[in-house]
Design a binder for this molecule. Structure first.
Ligand SMILES: Nc1nc2c(c(=O)[nH]1)N[C@H]1C(S)=C(S)[C@@H](COP(=O)(O)O)O[C@H]1N2
Ligand SMILES: [Mo]
Length: 158
């Protein structure tokens, strides 16, 4: 692996305003922990304890519109997932899995996880989170890209 992405990440959150949360902004007190299963359509699954910043905390400061229906999580690789806000809000952008910094073991430092969301949408290397207000007839999958991938993210069978 070329370089450890260590504590050098930033996530830009876009609502009515835009703000960037950086690794330096994250203190022990702002971290939250959750047990979440990663479950892929291929059948692979595992449970892990994730530690990171709650999605609600990330949205603070970006003033997501009251009509927000979905959050789009975008990776630095182009991979992107569109998740109903009610599901996403129960999740976190993790920086640790089972007590280990993701940046230590993986080619990415951050990743979205949330209970009840399928593993394909657990975007690795989150770079941007956008609040969307979609009308009921909209197709949320048009706002995602679950194919494009950076090779070092070693996508398992989608
Ligand atoms: N950026 C990025 N995130 C991604 C993927 C990817 O290809 N790129 N693959 C997804 C898929 S299909 C699954 S099942 C999980 C796999 O997570 P794991 O490596 O922890 O098993 O990551 C998801 N997150
Ligand atoms: Mo997957």
């Amino acid at each position: 692996m070329a370089q450890a992405p260590t504590a050098d990440w930033g996530i830009t959150v876009v609502g009515e305003r835009q703000h960037t949360v950086r690794a330096d902004d994250v203190t022990e007190a702002t971290l939250t922990t959750g047990r979440v299963r990663v479950s892929c359509a291929s059948g692979d699954r595992y449970d892990a304890t994730w530690r990171g910043v709650g999605v609600g905390d990330l949205l603070d400061g970006a003033s997501p519109p009251a009509e927000t229906t979905h959050l789009v999580f975008e990776s630095d690789s182009g991979y992107a997932a569109c998740v109903p806000v009610g599901d996403a809000i129960g999740g976190l952008v993790a920086v640790e899995r089972d007590g280990e910094a993701l940046a230590e073991d993986e080619s990415y430092a951050t990743r979205f996880v949330a209970p009840g969301v399928d593993g394909a949408r657990f975007v690795k290397g989150v770079e941007r989170i956008r609040a969307l207000s979609l009308p009921p007839e909209a197709d949320p999958t048009e706002y995602e890209n679950l194919d494009l991938d950076s090779p070092e993210y070693e996508k398992t069978d989608a």
